[in-house]
Structures are given as C-alpha cells and as structure tokens.
Design a protein around this ligand. Structure first.
Ligand code: EPU
Length: 358
C-alpha cells in the first residue's frame, strides 16, 4: 500500500479536470485493502478505477482509493464457456484485446470502452448490443467496513442499464443523486471480475453502424476479430480519444419513456431516434435530443459539446500547459444543467447524467 499526500488527479480522470486528492492510496492487493482498513479511522472514501466515469467538481478531501490490482487468466473451462478473470485494476480494452488473442471471443463489441475492469460492473458497461451482464460470471469484492471478502453472481449485482448494486447507497450511507436506495456504493471494493465467454459464439451485428461496415466490406460472416476492428473504427470516428480531448464517453443515459409519451413527441418531431423495448417502453437517443436543441459544438467556459456526437461533453483545454485553459468540474456541470434544461423545455424529458459527480 502506498499513501501519498496532495496528489494531482488530472492524470487519473479522463475528463482531465484539475483537482487534488488530499490523500491518495494505491491498493495493489487484498492485503493492501485490509491494511488500509486497519489504519484509516474514517469510513469516507472515494474508490477510483480508470477515472473514465467521474466528474470532479473540486479537490477531494476524503481518501481516494486507487485500485491497482492486476492479473488476468483463464481460470476455468466448462463445456459452454471459457471463464476468464481479471484484476480490478486491469485496463478494460487491453483485457478485451488479450481475450481475443487467446482465442476467446465475446467481448469484441465492447472494444475501446475506456476504464478499468473494476469499473465495468459498476456501470454495467455496454456498446453495440452487448452489455457486461451478457458475459458476466461473478466477481470478488471486499467489504470496506470489515475487510471481509465476498463473491457475487450476476443476480446479486442487480445489473440494469448503466446501473448495478454498486451505484446505490448502502443502508446508513447518506443518499445522493447517484446513490438512492439500498446497495453497496461506498461499502464494497471490487477486487477481481470473472467473465464467461461463450464457446458457441455468434456475432452481434444488429447496430446500424456495424451493419454498414458489413455491407461495405462484403463480409457475410465476420470473425470476432473483424467485429473488434469495426467497433474500434466506428468509435474512433465518432468518439473523442480522451488522451487528446478529455471526456467521459456518453454524458447522459438514453432516457426511457412510455409509448404514449413517445407518440406525443413523434407527433411534434417525427424524426426522433427511438428504440422500442420488449417491456413496451421506448428508449430515446439522448444524443439526438441534445443535437435537436442545437448544442453540438457549443461551449460554456472551457467545457463543450463534442462536434461529432452531442452526447459527449469535452474538455476544450486538454493538453494545454496553462491550467486556466482547462475545463473545471463546475463548468462541465453548468453546461450539463443548461443542456438538461433545454431538453426538458422542448421535450419534457429529464436527462440523467451517466458519470458519478463528486
Ligand atoms: N444522434 C444524433 N446526433 C448526435 C448524436 C446521436 O442525431 O449528436 C443519433 C444518431 O444518429 C443515432 C442515435 O442518435 O441514430 C444514437 O446514437 P449512437 O448510435 O451514437 O449511440 P448512443 O445512443 O449515442 C450508446 C451508448 C454508447 C455506446 C453506443 C453504441 C449510452 C448512453 N450510450 O450511445 O456508450 O457506445 O450506444 O452502442 O447508452 C458510453 O456509455 O459512454 C458510451 C459511449
């Protein structure tokens, strides 16, 4: 365990927001976590993975626990699946690449999602028709109150759309906008995650962007590796690389509305992009709603709306040596609120942020 004081967090959040951690604790093993629990007197802390889903609105006074637990392996082979495991500190995309190199398909649609393995279940990350929960086996975590290790299966993780038990407050932990109800937020630290990669693999291609790639290439039965290449190309074309332009991917969740509400909006805006769900509700493309309100390319201070995808907010000052050029968390949230207000005024829909605001 390594404890550092007054540590700049800019390199540790993909938005590139300048803020400091009063205390940063690097955790590389379960022993490190237990040593920290013994030594720390406060129950408050912030668990940080790859920093790809967080907006820092100021210096962080509670200890920041940076999870750096590494390791990846095939841990079991069943007649149906390869069970692969990764430490919570492993980079997600590197892990996807490694599984494909080993000959285990199944994660290719989720290539290039920024962040770490430990953050993947928190968000139930997903892209191009596949979500983490579709490939999930189990995970090991540690109770930050007691140091006790425990294992959860998919049902116990309570996965939903960009949601899980890890985003909801534990009993007794003060609720915030992000953490309502009962759950494990602030209580559990994920140590390692196991995924089940199916031997009877089938490509998942339904998304328009991937179908277009297939049509353009003339390949009828693409391999997992081919889909990986297509997903990387599609994402590189429309999502900014956080190393070049700070961002946290989609800033808002795609909202779900009732059929009646959707019909009402269609009557006024026939072009609205929407997807009918199996439960009868309708999911709307938040990017389209924001775009329709004219936000693409707009800025407030140094925070902006990405020109090629209105769902992504960006830090216009990334890479500048002058801290004054960089977006603050306050600017990002001012922009986010202005977007929420204009989407609400035009469509009557409340957009919910995807990242955790600290
Ligand atoms: N659209 C616009 N204008 C925009 C942006 C989008 O008209 O500025 C339209 C697009 O033309 C498209 C529709 O809105 O018809 C949906 O856009 P897109 O296909 O880009 O996907 P998305 O709904 O914006 C979601 C996920 C992404 C994931 C992609 C692909 C959420 C909040 N976002 O984006 O996830 O990569 O689908 O599966 O669910 C992330 O969570 O950080 C993320 C990037």
């Amino acid at each position: 365990m390594l404890v550092e004081k007054n540590v700049p967090l800019q390199p540790f959040n993909t938005f590139g927001i300048a803020a400091k951690a009063h205390t940063l604790v690097r955790l590389r093993s379960l022993d490190d976590v237990r040593a920290w629990i013994e030594q720390s007197r406060s129950e408050d802390h912030l668990v940080l993975g790859g920093g790809s889903n967080i907006v820092l609105t100021g210096d962080v006074k509670v200890p920041v626990l940076k999870v750096e637990i590494m390791g990846r392996a095939l841990v079991e082979e069943t007649p149906r699946a390869w069970i692969v495991q990764a430490g919570a500190g492993e980079n997600w995309h590197d892990f996807v690449t490694w599984t494909l190199e080993q000959g285990f398909p199944g994660l290719e649609n989720m290539a290039l999602i920024p962040g770490t393995m430990g953050a993947a279940p928190v968000q139930n990350i997903g892209a191009y028709g596949v979500e983490l929960q579709d490939r999930f086996d189990s995970l090991d975590a540690v109770d930050l109150g007691t140091g006790r290790e425990f294992t959860l299966d998919a049902a116990q993780c309570g996965f939903g759309y960009r949601d899980s038990v890890f985003k909801h407050a534990a009993p007794g932990v003060a609720d915030s906008a992000q953490t309502q109800g009962f759950g494990l937020a602030g209580r559990a630290l994920i140590l390692r995650v196991r995924l089940a990669l199916p031997k009877a693999w089938k490509p998942v291609l339904g998304y328009a962007d991937l179908e277009k790639k297939r049509a353009d290439s003339g390949i009828k039965e693409p391999s997992a590796h081919q889909i990986f290449e297509w997903v990387c190309a599609v994402r590189r074309a429309k999502l900014p690389d956080p190393k070049v332009i700070g961002n946290v991917g989609s800033f808002f969740k795609n909202p779900t509305v009732s059929q009646e509400q959707c019909d009402d909006i269609i009557a006024r805006d026939p072009k609205i992009v929407h997807y009918r769900m199996v439960d009868g509700t309708v999911k709307l493309a938040a990017g389209w709603l924001i775009d329709a309100c004219g936000w693409k390319g707009k800025t407030i201070g140094n925070a902006g709306v990405y020109e090629k995808q209105a769902l992504v907010l960006v830090n216009r000052g990334t890479g500048s040596s002058n801290p004054a050029d960089c977006a603050t968390g306050g600017e990002v949230m001012t922009l986010a609120r202005a977007i929420q207000t204009s989407v609400y005024e035009r469509f009557g829909i409340r957009l919910e942020p995807e990242p955790v605001v600290v």
